[in-house]
Design a protein around this ligand. Structure first.
Ligand SMILES: Cc1cc2nc3c(=O)[nH]c(=O)nc-3n(C[C@H](O)[C@H](O)[C@H](O)COP(=O)(O)OP(=O)(O)OC[C@H]3O[C@@H](n4cnc5c(N)ncnc54)[C@H](O)[C@@H]3O)c2cc1C
Length: 380
């Protein structure tokens, strides 16, 4: 089965790493790994598990949450992710979950609106379903999952000394998501709820001072409303999110025919990264948000988690240099990080709408996507 995944992943793979592990790109094997321990069962962790299993290396996953759960996320799945889901062998199951096809993108800056059609359609699927789908795939291929909270050490890496098989030739994929520390008062928080009502096939972003709210559909016509706002703005309305989202006229208009399906979930503090982390110890392979947290307005965090999860899981299983793997992830994600930092800076000074007015929507979209996927075709 694992060999099947590897074959499938390598056949058309524009995103897999060089399985020959040659020295020319700094990813030569440095040790033989007997097993891979994955910390965190989000998209990055599950895909890392599938990648390591494709190298015929046993995989254990440690996940702190016992049950599948809804996560604070815009749940927009970037078009490039579809090919990856197919290569992971879950495309048919993904479609059976009835994700919404998302064709258009609309940005709202007060009364100014910018709309364009996406180069290829993206999808909306709840994280409840997506994370479950990917983890089930990893388990079906042979990964074992245990419920365990892995303690942080002072370097921000995790060393589960008492984890099964943690000693010796075990490579660790760090896929525990964002790490955040921010001073009270200046913090950002994320929030999300699902709504019922008329469905639409656009992802809409409503920008306001210091934050934004995204509205788009997920499976079975449910609408996801998810945003990020400064603590001070949320505090001003007593953290009553129903009230908060009605402060923008355009957003209030958009939400009028909808009714909330479950209580608001919140998360934070959220701290954006300007680049991916650069330092790791030799047996730790960070992936997904554990590498860095890109501004969610790009709608590319899940895509990045799938890509870096694969790179890290594959490199960990082969005992390739973790520094080399991180450098490769950094090269891949440089463009979206840079573009989102620039756009966020413009948002902070109230100028983002001018940039948006000048640049075609398709460019804005492309600038926030991973760069040079074609260079990752070395195993074809
Ligand atoms: C407000 C908001 C909106 C977003 N909208 C979008 C969007 O529309 N589209 C998009 O592509 N991306 C979006 N993102 C980004 C996306 O959610 C992340 O990039 C993605 O979840 C990263 O996946 P991951 O596997 O790295 O981390 P996670 O999904 O966070 O998974 C990490 C896992 O590790 C587990 N874990 C954590 N600590 C431990 C521990 N100590 N021990 C054991 N297990 C642990 C957690 O329980 C979790 O299951 C958004 C993010 C936010 C905050």
């Amino acid at each position: 089965m694992a060999a099947g995944v590897r074959r499938a992943a390598c056949k058309n793979s524009f995103w897999a790493i060089d399985h020959t592990g040659t020295a020319r790109d700094g990813l030569a094997p440095i040790r033989q790994m007997r097993n891979v321990l994955i910390l965190g069962a989000g998209p990055a962790g599950s895909v890392a598990a599938i990648a390591a299993l494709a190298e015929s290396v046993p995989v254990s996953i440690l996940e702190k949450s016992r049950h599948r759960r809804h996560k604070v996320c815009g749940e927009f799945i970037s078009p490039e992710a579809c090919g990856i889901l197919a290569e992971l062998g879950v495309w048919e199951q993904f479609l059976r979950l009835e994700p919404t096809r998302i064709r258009d993108c609309v940005l709202h800056f007060g009364r100014l609106t910018k709309k364009w059609t996406l180069p290829e359609c993206g999808y909306g699927l709840s994280r409840y379903e997506l994370d479950g789908l990917l983890l089930e795939r990893a388990v079906a291929l042979g990964a074992t999952v245990s419920n365990q909270v892995v303690p942080n050490n002072s370097f921000g890496n995790h060393f589960p000394a008492d984890a099964p098989g943690a000693a010796g030739k075990t490579a660790i994929v760090l896929a525990t998501g964002r790490r955040a520390a921010a001073a009270p008062g200046k913090r950002l928080f994320g929030f999300k709820a699902h709504f019922e009502g008329p469905a639409a096939d656009a992802v809409e972003l409503f920008f306001f001072s210091g934050g934004y709210v995204g509205v788009s559909c997920v499976e079975r016509g449910i609408t996801n409303v998810c945003g990020i706002a400064p603590e001070s703005a949320l505090h001003a309305c007593g953290f009553r999110l129903d009230e908060f989202v009605l402060r923008s006229e355009a957003l209030a208009e958009r939400l009028r025919p909808l009714s909330r399906k479950f209580k608001w979930l919140t998360v934070g503090p959220l701290v954006y990264s300007r680049t991916v982390r650069t330092w790791v110890d030799p047996i730790t392979y960070p992936a997904g948000d554990a590498l860095g947290f890109v501004d969610p307005f790009t709608g590319s965090g899940i895509l990045n988690a799938l890509l870096t999860g694969w790179l890290s899981g594959s490199a960990a299983a082969q005992g390739l240099s973790s520094q080399g793997c991180v450098a490769r992830c950094g090269a891949l994600l440089g463009k979206p990080y840079w573009t989102s930092a620039l756009f966020r800076g413009l948002l902070d000074v109230g100028c983002a709408q001018h940039l948006a007015a000048l640049i075609p929507g398709s460019w804005l979209f492309r600038l926030t996507r991973v760069g040079r996927l074609a260079t990752y075709s070395s195993c074809v």
